[in-house]
Design a protein around this ligand. Structure first.
Ligand code: ACO
Length: 406
């Protein structure tokens, strides 16, 4: 049997704090309304253009790697869970791979909204358990502030930016990720949606004028859904791990709304000491909320070796996900040697140099006589050929569209 153990963790949040008092000046809301309806007091916003989904992910990832003493070159796979990727493509995970200098890692983004981090953890567990990977980096990173309508009080008071990363390693020692539960209900896709900017409704002056590139949400429906699935997924994942609810030492839920967390956890008779909440300071950071909360739970001594933890989240899709984890890592105690500190300091410059050399190599390769006209991956002679004429096709009918019947 192969197990997936968490051996490193790290978080990064932008410096700029946006308080409820700040929001009072922007929309028709009040500190009192936001605190009593959500529990949020302030959130971090990526006001500095240098803070992007990828750069924040890299900062969190470096912390996780350095803590575990693992080099980026040892990574087999990088998964970035995000709903605010840098681009439609390339994947943010590839930008992270390049910035880290993770020369042999595969990399992809995972889109499951706020459940994304636990989905990514389940994928990491699966590739490790099946023997396909030794080291997997799982990151949740979001700059939701950049797809938030700052004039919409229904949504703008809720979200924040940040990133969290976990490093997983294969082991034959029992523990680590014990079980996972994943769920979805696409019939509720319209309840929480960014309507435009994808292939269904490409960006156009009209979509921008109508603010359709921003988050739209039916808060009440999402609230109802969330309280139901959080309790159900927790119950299921605990049973799947062969545990009872009493065996759980700490639940780290998705940090969306304190009322959702209290209502779902009290339905399971989980006392407040067994539930970690930090949304008062960060708001809802979507896929980043669980790893950021885990880092803080560790920092504040709420997680001890051999504890049974549950991560549970819900989000757009609709999706939900839970993971049961046996915590096996004692906190790092030894100070780092000068050699290790030097290695860490050189990681960033080395990754930049490596990336620069790869780009330069690509340019030079194209100039070599004899190779001129060939790209690195595909002979130009093939790309130069005129493509075969496409068969005449009529526009797809309603029935053949995804989601259509028949
Ligand atoms: N300030 C003041 N009033 C407000 C605000 C605000 N910021 N936002 C809404 N209101 C008003 C509404 O307009 C409404 O007024 P009305 O009755 O005149 O229409 C009133 O407050 C009550 O609105 P409700 O929607 O009933 O308020 P509710 O108690 O449900 O709280 C909230 C709203 C906080 C959004 C809640 O529904 C919620 O948290 N839902 C879940 C949202 C969520 O977690 N989304 C993220 C999912 S994760 C992901 O994938 C990104």
């Amino acid at each position: 049997m192969r197990y997936a153990h968490i051996i490193g963790w790290g978080k990064y949040v932008p410096e700029r704090v946006l308080t409820n008092a700040d929001l009072e000046k922007m929309v028709n809301t009040s500190d009192e309304w936001i605190r009593t309806r959500t529990g949020i007091r302030e959130r971090r916003i990526a006001a500095n253009p240098e803070d992007t989904t990828a750069t924040m992910a890299v900062r969190a990832a470096r912390k996780a790697l350095n803590m575990a003493g693992v080099q980026p070159g040892q990574l087999d796979l990088i998964i970035v869970a995000t709903s605010s990727p840098e681009h439609i493509f390339p994947a943010t995970a590839c930008l992270v791979q390049n910035a880290l200098g993770a020369s042999k890692a595969g990399a992809f983004d995972l889109s499951a909204a706020c459940s994304g981090f636990v989905y990514a953890l389940a994928m990491a567990h699966a590739v490790i358990a099946s023997g396909q990977a030794e080291y997997v980096l799982v990151i949740g990173s979001e700059t939701l502030s950049r797809i938030t309508d700052w004039k919409d009080r229904n949504t703008c008071v809720l979200f924040g930016d940040g990133a969290g990363a976990l490093l997983l390693r294969a082991s034959d020692q029992p523990g680590g990720i014990l079980s996972t539960v994943l769920g979805s209900d696409g019939s509720g896709g319209d309840l929480l949606i960014v309507p435009a900017g994808g292939s269904r409704l490409p960006t156009s002056p009209e979509t921008v004028a109508q603010g359709m590139h921003y988050i739209k949400m039916d808060g009440r429906e999402v609230f109802r859904f969330a309280t139901r699935v959080m309790a159900k997924a927790t119950q299921e994942v605990v049973a799947k791990a062969g545990l009872k609810l009493q065996d759980v030492n700490l639940v780290i839920p998705h940090q969306a709304n304190e009322r959702i967390i209290h209502s779902s956890m009290s339905a399971l008779k989980m006392t407040p000491e067994k539930v970690f909440i930090n949304l008062d300071r960060y708001g809802n950071t979507s896929a980043a909320s669980i790893p950021i909360a885990l880092c803080e739970a560790i920092e504040t001594g709420r997680v001890r070796p051999n504890d049974n933890l549950v991560f549970v989240g819900f989000g757009a899709g609709l999706t939900w996900a839970a993971a049961a984890v046996k915590w096996g890592v004692p906190p790092p105690a030894k100070p780092l040697s000068w050699w290790r500190r030097l290695q860490i300091a050189l990681q960033g410059p080395w990754a930049s140099l490596r990336s620069w050399m790869l780009r330069l190599g690509r340019r030079l390769y194209a100039l070599i006589p004899g190779y001129a006209g060939e790209s690195l991956y595909l002979p130009i002679s093939r790309t130069r050929e005129s493509p075969p004429a496409a068969p005449a096709r009529s526009a797809p009918s309603e029935e053949t569209q995804p989601g259509g019947e028949g």
